[in-house]
Design a protein around this ligand. Structure first.
Ligand SMILES: O=C1O[C@H](COP(=O)(O)O)[C@@H](O)[C@H](O)[C@H]1O
Length: 251
């Protein structure tokens, strides 16, 4: 099941995404003690994180566990670090217990060691559940990658992935940071929900191909157990905005 919403600007799509995430947190916490949110890196979600951090809409952060969908194998102080971005935009402004924050451990000796440790952490924090994350925030690259699942990686473009929840991968040589750790299709597709955030003309072709189900794109293989919702601007969607009242309902 996939819903597509087009908003006039990145700010508007970020507001709608923040409201969608907050509404889902509130709903899920009626039935569960804790909520597991997987964060995307890159630049597109920065505004959504700032809005979530601003307190509107309000989220009971003490009951939320934060994970990262992928990470570059760099120190957490690096400008390339997905952890650093989320700490600056979101975590620095919210009262979330440090024991609820689960960054990918790039201080492990190697990407493979970091992946192994992160899989253990996910299994330990989320043990006893029948699903992984309650919601995964995802971006999409112009090449159709999502998280650090790249098109040239056979495990990123299969409907029958291995049993791992986290893997060490190499990004193509056009990327600044090639050593990466990523949650797998299994981890994302065992989540309750996922949202894609995409803005700008550079994303247009990848968004169209992913929505059409082009099997060569990792983003096409994202299929959570419940809703998959796209938050787009007109350039990424190649469509004019649809008004919020017609197309967006956070319930
Ligand atoms: O490398 C990455 O890229 C994607 C997309 O990033 P964006 O800057 O185009 O929004 C991101 O979702 C992923 O977490 C990141 O590691």
């Amino acid at each position: 099941m996939s819903d597509v919403h087009v908003f006039p600007t990145l700010d508007a799509l970020s507001r709608a995404a923040a409201q969608h995430i907050a509404a889902h947190v509130q709903t899920v916490l009626l039935d569960q003690d804790v909520y597991a949110l997987a964060l995307a890196g890159g630049s597109t979600p920065e505004r959504t994180y700032e809005l979530l951090a601003s307190g509107f809409p309000r989220i009971p952060w003490e009951r939320v566990h934060l994970f990262w969908g992928d990470e570059r194998f760099v120190p957490s102080s690096s400008p390339q670090s997905n952890e650093r971005m989320a700490r600056r935009r979101l975590l620095s402004s919210i009262d979330v217990p440090s024991s609820n924050v689960h960054p990918i451990p790039t201080d492990a000796g190697s990407p493979a060691a970091a992946a192994r440790r992160y899989e253990q952490e996910i299994n330990s924090v989320l043990s006893g559940r029948d699903h992984t994350f309650d919601l995964a925030v995802l971006g999409i690259g112009s090449d159709g990658h999502t998280a650090s699942l790249f098109p040239d990686d056979p495990m990123a473009v299969t409907d029958h992935p291995d049993d791992r929840l986290v893997r060490a991968v190499q990004a193509p040589d056009t990327y600044d940071v090639r050593d990466r750790i990523t949650c797998t299709l299994k981890a994302f597709n065992s989540s309750s929900e996922a949202v894609f955030l995409a803005s700008g003309e550079g994303k247009q072709s990848a968004v169209q191909r992913a929505q059409a189900g082009d099997p060569a794109l990792p983003a096409s293989h994202i299929s959570p157990r419940g809703r998959l919702t796209w938050f787009l601007d007109p350039d990424a969607a190649a469509k004019p905005p649809t008004t919020r009242s017609e197309t967006y309902n956070s319930s």
